[in-house]
Design a protein around this ligand. Structure first.
Ligand SMILES: [Zn+2]
Length: 167
């Protein structure tokens, strides 16, 4: 079930307006749902990353914390010391698939101004390291990653990470 981009309430797939706050539901609806999926994945991967590698993900300034007890997942995301988005998930399995989500806190204004644009880079970096957790990062990949992050910080343009090198 998707969520209202304005208040976080669950809405029907086909709904044109939120039944809670009356906001018109449009493509922004997909944005927040896509972001939730990515954040959930970042949170799960981060828990498995070696400690020093979490710094790479944190480097973009997005705080993502995910914990699960059985099939209940708790996600917090935001700045380094304060969460702007708190959500609870009923997880289907150990992946990012979920049957239900309850958004407990969503400071949408702050979120969109400060963090929404960081979700994709953070997600890609988390995936990047997860792909390499067995063999570590090659020196080449480390340099490329640093350059991508520096470029993003300077220009706000995310060029993506280099493709897997077959070393
Ligand atoms: Zn709403």
């Amino acid at each position: 079930m998707p969520f209202c981009h304005n208040c976080g309430a669950q809405v029907a797939e086909t709904a044109k307006f939120c039944t809670d706050c009356g906001a018109r539901l449009n493509d922004k609806l997909d944005d927040i749902n896509e972001q939730l999926k990515m954040l959930l994945q970042v949170g799960i991967i981060k828990n498995d990353l070696p400690l020093q590698l979490r710094g790479w993900v944190n480097d973009l300034g997005l705080f993502v914390q995910f914990r699960s007890i059985g099939n209940l997942g708790v996600l917090k995301a935001g700045g380094m010391h304060r969460s702007y988005l708190d959500a609870k998930f009923i997880l289907l399995d150990e992946s990012t698939a979920y049957t239900a989500c309850e958004i407990e806190k969503f400071d949408r204004k702050t979120w969109e101004r400060r963090f929404a644009h960081l979700v994709r880079p953070t997600h890609e970096i988390a995936r990047f390291f997860d792909d390499r957790s067995e063999e570590g990062i090659s020196e080449h990949d480390g340099v490329a990653l640093t350059q991508a992050i520096q470029h993003f910080k300077k220009t706000g343009e995310w060029l993506g990470l280099p493709k897997k090198s077959s070393v």
